[in-house]
Design a protein around this ligand. Sequence first.
Ligand code: BES
Ligand code: MN
Ligand code: ZN
Length: 501
Amino acid sequence: MQIKVKNESILDLESDVIIVNLFEGVKIPGGVTGIVDKAFNNIITDYVINKENFEGKYGEIYQLPIPEKNKKILIAGLGKQKDFNKVKIRNLTAKIVKLLKNSDNAKKVVSILHGAGIAGLCPKGCAQMITEGAISGGYEFNKYKSDKKENKIEEFIIAETDEEKFNKAQEGVEMGIVTATAVNEARNLINESAQYLYPETLAQYAVENSGVKTTVYNKEQIKEKGMNAFLAVSQGSIHEPRLIHMEYKNGNPKKKIAIIGKGITFDAGGLDLKPPSSMLTMRDDMSGAAAVITTMKAISELKPEVEVHAIVAACENMPSGSAYKPGDVITAKTGRTIEIDNTDAEGRVTLADALAYAEELGVDEIIDIATLTGACMVALGTVASGIMGNNDEMVNAFISAAEKAGERYWQMPMYDEYGESLSSDIADTKNTGGRMGGTSAAGIFLSKFVKNTPWVHLDIAGTAFAEKATPEGIKGATGVGIRALIKYIMTLNCSGNCGCK
Ligand code: BES
Ligand code: MN
Ligand code: ZN
């Protein structure tokens, strides 16, 4: 599916489907919807609104066939104008594309630039959201299906006659393509079965697709680096661990940051084996890794003036005769000793060493992204991801960048008391202290492995994998985190007047 903006009237473009919109309660369409209405003898006003009682509620969709022109008009409800925002544009477009993509009569689709008319939103941002929604809505994971349902839409054209809006929209479409392509690539990686995707193949993927210099370290090299915590988690699997280090640098960067993705390619729980229902989707436990790999790809194309290091400590968490055990004491890279209380709290053990590795690079900031705790899923559901850190300014900067990109993060507390359960009789710390306040305890555990670099931790356990279809797309991997990471990195040395709010 090609996505483009054209500086032409929606009526002059060849199309099978024309997408227009209406705010809730509007009885006489204005703007481009009004122009289309008039061109088709007021059919939207007289028929869709007055006879069919189309109300314009958010997400309401009416498909109106125009047989004599061999096309249809699709009217999309935008809801109440005061509640309208860019994320709604993205979700709405995804919904429309999901509706049209299997049809044989929707090869050429033209759309109004939702939001940039009466709503007065920034045309660049609106075009980016339409693009992201279209690409996201078109996503299928069908590689193992004999009957592949492919997206049959060939062209998705945004029509904008105003020259200035058109120019801005073009930038938005480019940004949207890079971002949403990264999201879909991550979804492919996450949805892939752990049978094929294990540390070695994940590392190979990064080498071939991250778009940046990528170094992969094997088990011996990981040992030389003193990453014993990471190694301990990996030792139950027949697959060897891999440490993946991706590097990007352009111009004279003011900031040097590290992004770390949890890379458990399968989390069986280890000897503290998960029950079947909890294990079922645990191929998604490398969603953080997928996010940082594809973010690097996007960054390599967008070329901001920053230095970014992406790090993945990839391994499997399996039960076996060689697996690490409850009661084991491990000396992490920083020298701190960890008593293993529960082998299923493995992500934080691998991240402990990844954080130490990142800090040794002398970065200004560290962000880690991880499907870390079931407790975060219980607390925030699938609606928002958790965020914590040792620097509130950085936490807030990340939350606000994420919000602009249309992702939600909710700060969880890091009160000292949450860390009390981690105290060990025999080591410096335990890796877990029970179920209560589990997200905060995990955050506190991680904080012990960051000395003095500003650091933010993202817990995407609840948001990485959709158990049912969302407005954005199908069941399965969502690609959460990538849009926020890209936006955060792009604004790192931006003066603040880059256009879109
Ligand atoms: N990968 C899981 C967390 C998870 C749970 C991600 C559900 C996505 C959906 C993590 O490694 C884990 O098993 N955490 C344990 C920690 C516990 C043993 C303290 C958990 O949350 O149950
Ligand atoms: Mn686990
Ligand atoms: Zn895990």
